[in-house]
Design a protein around this ligand. Structure first.
Ligand code: PGA
Length: 242
């Protein structure tokens, strides 16, 4: 799966150009592997454009608020996201863990809520630079995965994103990704959850690094931030998978 995480970027015209461009560049079977996660305000229009251009691309939201918190000012729950075309939701991104101080108890509520509302989940985990330097990566990731172990989930993918690689311009090296992905896969497989879709990598992926990363056996997808904003670059990443 190729996940375009636009973060807080985009506009209506960019959305329409992007979808039209991806539609013209990728055939239907490649489109099927693509998941666009634009800011929530563009989801509805994205859904309409996908129908209009007869595309095979899925949509996801970048965040969800637990419905158990209702009513909450500014909140958007899973049923609302589904109603505007979202099939997936990203939960646990390091930017939200860091800036909005999202802790495990809240993330667990989000996971529960997503599953109750029938959304598939992209659950992000990753170690900080300090944790990596202190050789704490395996321990930290295992800890972050505990709420996945304890939650009832529909289909879900784990997105491994080393925090120090995100937005840095340099992806983690191949041996490192290979090793960490194997550890994550082993850990999550031991939970024996039926909906486990595998582990994707994120953190400064672009079309110059994607091919080698995709060749790693344990990599089932890419979560792409900055390089997903230009449709040509995003398509080059998808096309590098052969
Ligand atoms: P990046 O972002 O590709 O710009 O590093 C990835 C992410 O944070 O999802």
């Amino acid at each position: 799966m190729f996940i375009a995480n636009w973060k807080m970027n985009g506009s209506q015209s960019m959305l329409s150009d992007w979808l039209e461009g991806v539609g013209k560049t990728l055939d239907k079977s490649l489109q099927k592997q693509c998941l666009l996660c634009p800011p929530v305000c563009f989801l509805s229009e994205a859904s309409q454009l996908i129908s209009k251009y007869k595309l095979n691309i899925s949509l996801g939201a970048q965040n969800i608020d637990p419905s158990s918190f209702s009513p909450i000012t500014g909140g958007i729950d899973g049923a609302m996201l589904r109603s505007i075309g979202s099939e997936f939701v990203i939960i646990g991104h390091s930017e939200r863990r860091d800036i909005f101080k999202e802790r495990d108890s809240l993330l667990l509520e989000k996971l529960k809520s997503a599953s109750e509302d029938g959304l598939k989940v992209i659950f992000c985990i990753g170690e900080s630079l300090k944790e990596k330097e202190e050789n704490q990566t395996a321990k930290v990731l295992k800890q972050q995965l505990q709420i996945v172990k304890n939650a009832e989930l529909n289909e879900f993918m784990i997105a491994y994103e080393p925090v120090w690689a995100i937005g840095s311009g340099t992806a983690a090296n191949i041996d490192y990704i290979n090793k960490v992905h194997r550890e994550i896969s082993d850990e999550v497989s031991s939970y024996q959850k039926e909906g486990f879709l595998g582990v994707s990598y994120g953190g400064s992926v672009d079309s110059s690094s994607s091919k080698d990363i995709l060749l790693i056996k344990g990599v089932q997808g890419l979560l792409i931030g900055g390089a997903s904003l230009q449709y040509q670059e995003f398509c080059n990443i998808v096309l590098s998978n052969n």
